[in-house]
Design a protein around this ligand. Structure first.
Ligand code: ADP
Ligand code: MG
Length: 347
């Protein structure tokens, strides 16, 4: 995989060619100050956004604890200056409006999928600039886009360091995708060699029941829409099959280890063996049994499950265990026994 292959997958390199078969999107060039803000440590949201969102949400009747003194006189640690990007922010607001009020954000290559846990509804749905800044600033995938987009490319290091990337914020109209209808397709030397479930940690009986139609639809979409129109011979594209015969393009990704092979290994994808034996049709892989479900790779980016369950009250037994533990702790404190038995408290 070369720098050129990665650049060909940058959103604005392909969007104009495929805009009729993908979700409506707007591209806003990132100003240098905003890039520096993304690079910087810490999470201070830009001034205008904080003001805007706190005004929108202000509900004085709901303020609890009237005695709080907000004066800053006693604060000894200096608070970082909130950055300001008024022009950029105006463009973002206008674009959100043009796209119907709800958007999915990403940079040239990646969406901040690893940061979804931080948002109010655990999705990447954004309705104001503040939502977008929070996701971008919290995501390692975004940091990788801006610090080392060519890390796995085989070009010369000096050349890689000299490539000037025009960074952009991509806002896409928000769509409610059903994850079981998303597929990843692998194209090698101009041929579609493999298709698999995009969300490979879930079992969906629908896929097995409709596998022939799924493969036929994706093959037809590849032959009529994609083949010969993308700038490379080897690449990976993601699609959404919304209904029989209706396929939508989601994204292009480089053909190489920087892209998750999901149910294929890169060893097999790059190797010389045909993935589907002697058959002409592409290999199709999906989770065939509910017992084949694999752990969700994004859980490592989220908060500890116990913390989430306790905070949301989703697992009442866990809350009961936690309260029992507290009572035990108090009892043992009363008896001045410092030992707390933690074993078996959380399942
Ligand atoms: N316009 C959209 N609205 C809602 N969800 C989306 C949209 N576009 C993509 N997604 C979801 O986000 C996932 C990742 O999108 P993608 O553009 O491929 O980002 P990345 O390249 O970082 O994986 C998709 O698999 C899909 O589930
Ligand atoms: Mg992608």
């Amino acid at each position: 995989m070369k720098v050129e292959n990665v650049l060909n997958c940058s959103f604005s390199s392909w969007y104009s060619v495929f805009k009729d078969v993908t979700t409506k999107s707007l591209v806003i060039p990132l100003p240098q100050e905003f890039l520096e803000y993304l690079h910087s440590d810490g999470l201070v949201l830009p001034e205008q956004s904080v003001a805007a969102s706190s005004n929108e949400n202000a509900d004085e009747d709901n303020i609890i604890g009237e005695e709080i003194d907000w004066s800053t006189e006693d604060i000894s640690t200096p608070v970082a200056e909130p950055p300001k990007f008024p022009e950029f922010e105006n463009l973002v607001k206008k674009s959100i409006k043009k796209l119907g009020g709800c958007v999915f954000p990403k940079l040239n290559w990646s969406a901040p999928r690893d940061a979804a846990w931080i948002s109010f509804d655990k999705t990447l749905k954004c309705i104001c600039p503040n939502d977008i800044y929070l996701l971008l600033k919290s995501s390692d995938f975004i940091t990788r886009d801006i610090t080392q987009p060519f890390a796995l490319c085989e070009d010369d290091e000096n050349y890689k360091n000299d490539v000037q990337v025009k960074y952009e914020l991509v806002l896409r109209k928000w769509r409610e995708f059903n994850p079981s209808n998303e597929f990843r397709c692998f194209v090698k030397n101009g041929s579609l060699i493999g298709i698999c479930q995009r969300h490979h940690t879930m079992y969906c009986s629908f896929i097995g029941q409709h596998k022939d139609e799924i493969v036929t639809d994706i093959q037809a979409f590849f032959l009529h829409v994609i083949q010969g129109n993308f700038s490379d011979k080897s690449y990976v594209f993601d699609v959404y099959r919304r209904d029989q015969g209706k396929v939508l393009l989601i994204d292009f990704n480089p053909f190489g280890e920087v892209t998750d092979g999901l149910l294929f290994s890169w060893e097999e994808l790059l190797g010389n063996e045909r993935l589907n034996g002697e058959q002409e049709v592409p290999a199709f892989r999906y989770i065939e049994k509910s017992s084949g479900v694999q752990p969700n790779p994004y859980t490592t980016y989220a908060m500890p499950r116990d913390f989430v369950d306790l905070a949301t009250g989703e697992d009442p037994q866990k809350l009961i265990d936690f309260l029992n533990l507290k009572i035990q702790q108090q009892d043992s404190d009363d008896e001045s026994t410092p030992e707390i038995n933690l074993s078996g408290s959380f399942r």
